[in-house]
Structure formats: C-alpha cells, structure tokens
Design a protein around this ligand. Structure first.
Ligand code: GTP
Ligand code: MG
Length: 185
C-alpha cells in the first residue's frame, strides 16, 4: 500500500484583475495574498503577478495566478496579450469616484471581445465596488437592487462591496469567483 495519496487534484487558474487607475486592484491582491495594506499609492506599470494557493478541500489544491493589470493599460493595446487564457476576472472600481464606475462597461466589453472560455462562453467576471470604508453604503451609488440590475445588464456574475483597507468581502468575493470557475469545469 502506498503511503501517498493518489488522487490529489491540482488546478491552476489565471485570473485577471482590471479596472481604472487607482481603484485598488493592487491593494486588493496584496490584502488577499499577503494580508497587508498600505496607504501609499505606487501605480502598477504593465502587469504584476501574485499567487494564492488554496487548499480547497482535503484532496483539491487550487493555485490562483492573479494578473494585476495597470489601470493605465486600458488604451495600450496590450490587454489582448494579458487576457490570453484567463478563466475569470475581477473588475474593480472606486466607490468615491463615479468616473471609475462609468468605465466598468468598457473594461467588461474589452475583456469579452478578447477572451472567452474554451467552449466560447464568456469568462465569469465579478464586480468589486472598492473603498467602501470611505463611503456610506446606504448612498444611492451602492443601492443593491441597482447594482444587481447593473450586473445583469453588463454580464457580471455578482458584485461585492469591498475594502482592501478594512479587509472587507475580499475573501468572500474570491471564494465566489473560484466556485464559478470550478462549476464551469
Ligand atoms: P493602478 O496600478 O495605478 O492601476 O492602481 P490600483 O488599482 O492598483 O490601485 P492601488 O491598489 O495602487 O490603490 C490606489 C490607492 O488607493 C492607494 O493609495 C491605496 O492605499 C488606496 N486604496 C486601495 N484600496 C483602498 C480601500 O479599500 N480603502 C481605502 N481607503 N483606500 C484604498
Ligand atoms: Mg496597481
């Protein structure tokens, strides 16, 4: 009898994190992967990478390869290269800056035009309304019904109000996205 488990399943998923400049993409990833936060803003140049390894179940390990794409890449033409073979994405906006919300459909359309699942369906995308620590959540811009309608209209599987600063909802959003990925396998 072998002392080693024979049926460990391992998955590697490429996940994109996109959205306008300064919305908190890097901060969300740093919070999720390293549990740290900094107020200092160092804009990402091009793309950064982070790996989060998750023991999903006793016999399943998931490696999330997070592609932290600079907000300024929106108009660079490089997104096609970065998006290649991604299986899911997070689109991040800043609840204190409506312009970053207005840009969300552009990011989504750019994504859908450049990447899809092997079967041709769009990749699952979760919308993150970030920096909720700075805003009263009862304000109209985060009305849950409106947000749900926005998700339906724009093809997001779900939205979460997050704060990288307060570590709010980031684990839940990531877990939800992983479930969506694994349900499509
Ligand atoms: P680019 O790389 O330029 O596209 O920006 P980014 O989306 O990676 O934003 P980044 O994570 O660098 O954060 C920008 C600024 O917002 C930094 O000063 C962060 O400290 C701040 N920030 C990010 N998330 C939060 C949050 O949840 N709450 C608050 N209060 N500040 C945040
Ligand atoms: Mg960044």
């Amino acid at each position: 009898d072998s002392p080693y488990p024979t049926d460990i399943r391992e998955y590697l998923y490429k996940i994109l994190v996109i959205g306008d400049l300064g919305t908190g993409k890097t901060s969300i990833i740093k919070r999720y992967v390293h549990n740290i936060f900094s107020q200092n803003y160092k804009s990402t140049i091009g793309v950064d990478f982070a790996l989060k390894v998750i023991q999903w179940s006793p016999d399943t390990v998931v490696r999330m390869q997070l592609w932290d794409i600079a907000g300024q890449e929106k108009f660079s033409g490089l997104t096609r290269v970065y998006y290649k073979e991604a299986v899911a994405a997070l689109v991040v906006y800043d609840v204190t800056r409506p312009k970053t919300f207005e840009a969300v459909p552009k990011w989504k359309a750019d994504l859908d035009s450049k990447v899809s699942l092997p079967g041709g369906e769009p990749i699952p995308v979760v919308l993150l309304a970030n920096k909720t620590d700075l805003k009263d959540e009862t304000s109209t811009s985060l009305d849950p019904e409106e947000m749900e309608q926005f998700c339906e209209d724009n093809g997001f599987v779900k939205w979460f109000g997050t704060s990288a600063k307060d570590n709010r909802n980031i684990d839940d959003a990531a877990r939800f996205l992983l479930e969506e990925i694994m349900n499509r396998e």
